[in-house]
Design a protein around this ligand. Sequence first.
Ligand SMILES: N[C@@H](CCC(=O)N[C@@H](CS)C(=O)NCC(=O)O)C(=O)O
Length: 343
Amino acid sequence: MSLSTPLTLSGAPGSPYTRKMLAVLRYRHIPYKVLWGLQEPPEDLPKPKVHLLPTFYLPNENGDLEAVVDSSPLIRRFEDAFEGRSIIPPDAGLAFLDHILEDYGDEWLTKAMFHYRWHYEADIDQAGSVLPRWRGITASESDIAAAKKFFSERQISRLYVVGSNDTTAPIIEASYERFLQLFQAHLQKFPFLLGDRPASCDFAFFGQLTQLTHFDPTPSQLTLKKAPRVYAWVDLLEDLSGLEPEDAHWISRDEAKETLKPLFAELGRTFVPVMLANAKALKEQEDAVKTLVDGAEWTQQPFPYQGKCVQWLRDAYQGLASGDRAFVDQVLDGTGCERLVAG
Ligand SMILES: N[C@@H](CCC(=O)N[C@@H](CS)C(=O)NCC(=O)O)C(=O)O
C-alpha cells in the first residue's frame, strides 16, 4: 500500500532505533518529519500500545492514523510502499543473511550499547546530563537535575532487560571488541556488509554504533583506539542520500561466502547461544535464561520479543527455495549459526 509523505515519526537522538530509521529514510529519499523528545504525542496523534522509540504515525487499512513501532517490519513495509534504492537484496539467500545480521545489530549490539551507557560512572554522568535536555532544551537546571536522577536510576535498574550484570559484563565487552576487529576487517574489502550498497543490516549496526562510537565516552574512546575505520563508517552512514546504487553493487555469492564467515562465527559464539537459551526459557516457562557464552556463564531474564525473532528467522529459512537455502548453509556452515535457523 502506498503511503503519503512526509512520514511522521517521534524519536530521540540517543535512541539507536530512531537513528537507524532516519538513516534509512535519508538513503531511500523518503521525506519525513521527526518530532524530537515527545513526552506525550500531540492530541491529533494516536498513542502507541507500547511506548518505543521511534514511533511512526501511519494509516491503517481504513486510512485511520495508527502509532506503529518496530523498525525491522517497518523497513519491509517501506520497501513495498516506496520504489527504488531498496535495502533488501533481491537475491533471497542474501536477503536471509541480511535478516540475521539485522537481528544481530538490533538484538545483540544493543546489549553493548545499553551496557556501556549505564555501567561506568563517566557514561552514566554524561547520558544523565544530556538525554533529558533533548526533551526540553530550555528546561531549568533544577528540572534537569531532577530528570537526570530519575532517568539514570530508571535506566540502571533496567540493565537486566538486556542482560547486563556483573556476570555478563566481561562477555559483552569482549564481544564488542571482537566485533570491532571483525567489522573493521570487513570494511577493508567492502564499504557495506553486503557489498557496495547498504542493506537493512548496515542500518541496524549503524543505529547502535551511533551511540557506541559518537556519544558514550567509554565505548567511543575504545572504538577510536581499536577501530577508527568503524568510527568513520558511522559518519558516512548517517546520510547516504548521495549514493547512487546499482543492481551490480550487491555482493556476489562467492564473495559473501569468503568474507562473511568470520562475522557469522562471532554471531555463533555469542548471539546464537543467548537467543536459543532465551527461546528455550520462554518455551519451558523458566524464570531465567542460563547458558554458556565462550565458556562463561550468561544469565538474564527471558525476553519474549527475542523469542519471536528466532521464530521469524526460522520461518524465513523454511520459506527459502532449496538453492537459496543451500547457499545460506554454505555461508553458515561451521559458524555456530546453523543451530539458530534450522531448529
Ligand atoms: N524492536 C524495536 C526496539 C525499539 C526500542 O527498544 N526502542 C527503545 C529506545 S532506543 C525504547 O523506546 N525503549 C523504551 C524506553 O526506553 O522506555 C525496534 O526495532 O524499533
